[in-house]
Design a protein around this ligand. Structure first.
Ligand SMILES: [Zn+2]
Ligand SMILES: [Zn+2]
Length: 339
């Protein structure tokens, strides 16, 4: 089978033997695998977490068809169309027991510690698969991270019954935060900070207010829209957190979702945080429950993923796909590889 391998500065297509099928696992023929900012991070030579080593076999946004099950599992059945939750968790540590499995102390990430889905097939625990019915599989793939992580971020932001929410950055994840807020919390007023007029038009059509460009966005929003109860930053920039913090109402909450390997800059003093009682929280991946929820919303047509996949490329053009995500042309949401 073919698979993509990433080392710092290099993307290569390799061939090798299929992975063995351990107890509790399913073999899935990959139909589509999304590329996200954290895959670019790998290419830039990020410091890898425990249990991962270069070369990495990436791909954590995966949908496909079940082809084989280990003898000890009977679900989902072969032939079923599924999306993979990108985390495997122990289910037993304190965070897992609290329902915060994204914090699992023994968690493994697909496409980081385990061979990922930029490949003809992938082997993953059967209990981490979610059925997607007749949903097109390239759209099902983006549910795994771009949409489920957005759902997690919206839960954390929790702007309140008639609160006001601003999303900074409307790429793969941020745009879905806006869409989920409109679908699940229609009474919440939503604004977004975007980089291009193409993204602006897409989010305005969803009913969000929009400002163009991150620099000085907080000041422009204050004049145009006031302050916000919650701000979610998926801008992928080092400047995003300070700009986002400056948008908050007293007692507001800033949710940070992009991986940026620079010291955090909040653009305020300790006094500024204390006297305004501000909160800053991180948002990492999602839970299986988040993925089930967004898969149901997509199947019921309550969220529209028709604009979520900007480009579809075959597996052998993986290097080109990485390059495209790096260049971020205006309006780009997700790039998906299709083996
Ligand atoms: Zn991702
Ligand atoms: Zn755990």
């Amino acid at each position: 089978m073919r698979y993509v391998e990433v080392s710092p500065g290099e993307v290569a297509l390799r061939r090798g033997a299929p992975s063995p099928l351990p107890p509790g696992h399913a073999r899935v023929r990959v139909a589509a695998c999304g590329l996200c900012g954290s895959d670019l991070h790998l290419l830039r030579g990020m410091v890898l977490p425990r249990g991962a080593a270069y070369p990495v076999r990436p791909g954590h946004e995966v949908a496909g068809v079940v082809t084989e099950l280990a003898p000890d599992v009977d679900r989902p059945r072969p032939g079923e169309r599924v999306v993979l939750h990108p985390l495997d968790v122990c289910g037993d540590c304190a965070p897992c027991r609290r329902g915060q499995e994204e914090r699992c102390r023994r968690g493994r990430v697909l496409g980081l510690q385990v061979a990922g889905g930029m490949a003809d097939e992938v082997v993953w625990p059967a209990r981490r698969l979610v059925a997607v019915g007749e949903l097109p599989l390239e759209r099902a793939a983006v549910l795994a991270d771009a949409v489920a992580t957005a759902h997690h971020a919206l839960r954390l932001a929790d702007p309140g019954p008639h609160g006001r929410l601003c999303v900074v950055g409307a790429g793969g994840v941020g745009g879905h935060v806006v869409q989920l807020a409109r679908a699940l919390r229609p009474e919440v007023e939503v604004w977004a900070v975007v980089r291009s007029s193409a993204s602006a038009a897409r989010l305005e059509a969803m009913g969000a207010g929009v400002v163009l460009g991150l620099e000085g966005a907080a000041a422009r929003l204050r004049a145009e829209a006031g302050r916000f109860d919650a701000v979610v930053d998926f801008s992928g920039t080092a400047a995003g957190p300070a700009e986002g913090l400056a948008m908050l109402e007293v007692g507001g909450r800033l949710v940070l979702g992009s991986v940026v390997d620079e010291p955090i800059q909040l653009g305020t003093t300790v006094t500024g945080m204390v006297t305004r009682e501000l909160e800053v929280v991180g948002c990492y991946v999602s839970t299986l429950e988040d993925l089930r929820t967004v898969a149901d919303l997509a199947r019921e047509g309550r969220i529209d993923l028709s604009a979520s996949v900007s480009r579809r490329l075959p597996l052998e053009r993986a290097a080109e796909a990485f390059d495209l995500v790096e260049r971020r042309p205006p309006g780009l949401v997700r790039v998906v590889l299709e083996p």
